[in-house]
Design a protein around this ligand. Structure first.
Ligand SMILES: [Zn+2]
Length: 354
């Protein structure tokens, strides 16, 4: 394999993407098209097992597979290894991840470690990991983004996702809107440091953000048509990352802010909610239309300030001050860091703190 050669660009995409009402009923067809068979680990958590995990298990039993259900509790190194050893002892040939970010990210890394494929069956549309090749895993100290494999198939049942808590889908919209500043940071990194850049990936990523902004006053998280728009955008974001071969198109300074807030806040909000608020502030730094970002998030019903995020003003300031120390090798507009005064100024000017 020449995967490591610098002139070789390796893109990995999902092969089958099915979305719509009762899409879940197509699990067997998707597996057959992908030529998956034998023993399968149906990975879910305590909640998603009841919502869809057991149904997937039943469909697989009827289809002649040998599935077993495994519940995981968190996206961490230890759960990844537990899933891996369970997989080995059951001789699994593929995994079906039925759940939200925790379940999908854990199965993504465990299946990559085992060298087997996985299909992604999201029960919520809360972030862009649904179809991407990267996962967020907690290593005992902090959550880091690790490379894995993209799912070979994605089955997004809009009926199930429309019944998930509204906050999750709205958070997914925040994660997509953050593509705007992520791409701006990527352009800056190219100009200043010659970081490899892809026009295709950048254009696709920006377009998904634009589509959510345009639809922001009509998206209703409990409406299946709206869910379809959000799922398409999340899958497209994942594809943009696959084209780029990195998470640059969907993760920049606003993600650094969110990761920093995860570390300093007593009770962090959802990933996409924090990235949305981060996008307001980072757009201000990029001298872009930050008010459009704020208003669109407001239309969606997403948080636009510290109190709506449920964090303190001081936690926002601390997160801004430490954001440039998160993944320092990824250049963004935050490279030079903030003085306390500059951080306060930014947060006050954009209405994130009072
Ligand atoms: Zn994200």
């Amino acid at each position: 394999m020449n995967e490591g050669r610098s002139d070789l660009h390796w893109m990995e995409f999902p092969r089958e993407v099915v979305m719509g009402h009762d899409a879940l009923l197509n699990v067997d067809d998707v597996c057959k098209k992908l030529k998956l068979g034998g023993s399968a680990a149906v990975v879910s958590d305590n909640t998603t097992r009841k919502i869809a995990g057991e149904k997937v298990y039943e469909i697989m039993c009827d289809g002649g597979y040998e599935p077993f259900i495994i519940e995981i509790s968190e996206a961490s190194d230890s759960e990844v290894s537990r899933l891996g050893s369970e997989g080995l002892s059951n001789n699994v040939s593929f995994m079906a991840a039925v759940g939200g970010g925790t379940v999908i990210d854990t199965a993504k890394v465990a299946s990559k470690n085992m060298g087997i494929p996985f299909i992604s069956i999201p029960t919520a549309a809360s972030h862009d990991g649904i179809a991407s090749s990267r996962a967020s895993i907690h290593n005992g100290r902090q959550t880091t983004s690790v490379p894995a494999s993209a799912p070979v198939g994605v089955i997004a049942d809009t009926g199930i996702i429309a019944s998930s808590p509204k906050r999750l889908t709205i958070s997914g919209c925040g994660d997509i809107i953050s593509n705007y500043t992520a791409v701006m940071d990527w352009q800056l990194a190219r100009q200043k440091f010659g970081v490899p850049y892809s026009e295709y990936a950048a254009a696709l990523s920006t377009m998904t953000a634009e589509m959510i902004i345009k639809a922001s006053d009509s998206i209703k998280p409990d409406n299946e048509e709206s869910v379809r728009i959000v799922i398409k955008a999340l899958v497209s974001s994942g594809v943009a990352m696959s084209i780029a071969g990195t998470s640059h198109p969907a993760s920049g300074s606003e993600h650094k802010f969110s990761h920093a807030l995860d570390m300093v806040a007593e009770k962090p909000a959802l990933h996409g909610e924090q990235c949305g608020v981060g996008t307001i502030m980072m757009m201000y730094l990029h001298r872009g239309d930050w008010e459009l970002i704020r208003d669109s998030l407001k239309n969606l019903g997403a948080p636009t300030n510290a109190s709506k995020l449920g964090v303190s003003d001081e936690e926002v300031i601390q997160a801004l001050i430490m954001a440039n120390k998160i993944r320092p090798e990824r250049h963004t507009i935050l490279d030079n860091g903030f003085s306390r005064k500059a951080a306060e100024h930014l947060a006050v000017e954009t209405g994130v703190i009072r």
